[in-house]
Design a protein around this ligand. Structure first.
Ligand code: FMN
Length: 336
């Protein structure tokens, strides 16, 4: 089917889904200062959506899972990512994805979290290829039934205990997803070894051999945009997904690296992020910002001390006040 996936230019540079990092607040900031070609929501439980909406009958406005699916138009194209192992639940979740206006649905088949694998979801699906294919079909059906076909993509790994690309990728391709993102490590490897970029060419070859227009994207350890462009050329991938490189650097997709940004710019961006966080993600705890504080407030004189002060804040106004005090002390000029 024709979708934003076929319309964008190659190679696509996309932002990885990262729970409690690439939430609506950080995505808004990123979209404003350096937009990637595609964004993903954090992953959301398909079973959880069904349970909270249909059994508990929680109003959507009070449903934390529906809030995890909030986004603003500036983030488009944006894909809703779900995890689950029951086709009927994945089909159900495609419904809200349609009504909320998402551009696509992605199914998580790579998460190593034990609580998710226990449900047969995430990376556990690599061991259950029949089920994996059913889930792709279910997502497509669910979207159609909800009134609008949506491109369905998959994010996965190269295998469970060992690399099994030659078996696994053809199973996924046979279900005709719009795109497959491959985190180039096995489940067993978690994130403990360097990503196996030498395998990406094989993923491309498997897709080419299948004669399909499914796009294949590589993921894992990409440092910056230049590194991503080089990897796209070397491997022939249709796109590259960047995750942790966005920590402390919302300008990543403009080509700027952490070293190209000044402490003052980073502090100003952190204040904006804290404000968006308060506005967009209630009632999530301010604690979640800690990962960002760590990443934004680093590599300058007095960073450790300022970081400790900011970690103790509980409101955006308080965080901004601590930054202003720091700047007054150090005479750092901050753009705001
Ligand atoms: C804090 C954190 C949260 C993550 N959450 C998700 C998620 O919700 N869905 C998903 O598919 N992958 C998730 N991942 C995996 C990333 O999308 C990505 O595959 C991984 O970080 C490797 O890419 P990188 O080296 O560019 O970070 C998460 C990773 C991190 C570090």
């Amino acid at each position: 089917m024709e979708s934003f996936w076929n319309q964008s230019t190659r190679p696509r540079m996309v932002l990885a889904p990262m729970a409690d990092v690439t939430d609506a607040a950080y995505r808004r900031l990123i979209a404003q200062v350096g937009k990637p070609d595609v964004m993903w929501t954090e992953f959301v439980s398909a079973d959880g959506l069904y349970h909270t909406r249909e059994i508990q009958r929680l109003p959507d406005a009070e449903n934390p899972l529906m809030r995890d699916l909030a986004y603003t138009d500036g983030e488009r194209p944006i894909v809703a990512q779900f995890f689950g192992s029951k086709p009927e639940m994945i089909a159900y979740a495609a419904g809200p994805a349609v009504t909320l206006g998402f551009d696509g649905v992605d199914i998580n088949m790579g998460c190593p979290d034990r609580s998710i694998e226990k449900q047969g979801a995430g990376a556990a699906l690599i061991k259950d290829p029949v089920r994996a294919a059913e889930l792709i079909a279910a997502a497509k059906d669910g979207a159609l039934r909800a009134g609008r076909p949506l491109p369905v993509s998959v994010k996965t790994r190269i295998g469970y205990n060992k690399e099994i690309l030659d078996e696994w990728i053809p199973v996924l391709l046979a279900a005709r997803p719009a795109a497959i993102t491959v985190h180039l490590r096995t489940r067993k490897e978690m994130s403990l070894v360097p990503a196996h970029w030498e395998l990406m060419r094989r993923v491309v070859a498997l897709r080419d051999a299948a004669g399909q227009d499914t796009l294949v994207l590589g993921n894992g350890d990409v440092r910056d945009l230049e590194d991503a462009k080089r990897k796209a050329v070397e491997t022939g991938a249709d796109g590259i997904m960047l995750g942790r490189a966005i920590f402390g650097n919302p300008w990543l997709f403009t080509g700027r690296t952490h070293d190209d940004t000044s402490p003052a710019e980073r502090l100003a961006a952190l204040i904006t992020l804290a404000r968006y966080f308060e506005e967009l993600t209630p009632p999530k705890h301010f604690q979640i910002l800690k990962k960002h504080i760590k990443a934004f407030v680093s590599d300058f004189n007095g960073a450790a001390e300022l970081r400790a002060a900011l970690m103790a804040t509980t409101r955006a106004t308080e965080l901004a006040a601590r930054v202003v005090e720091y700047e007054a002390r150090t005479h750092t000029a901050t753009r705001r």
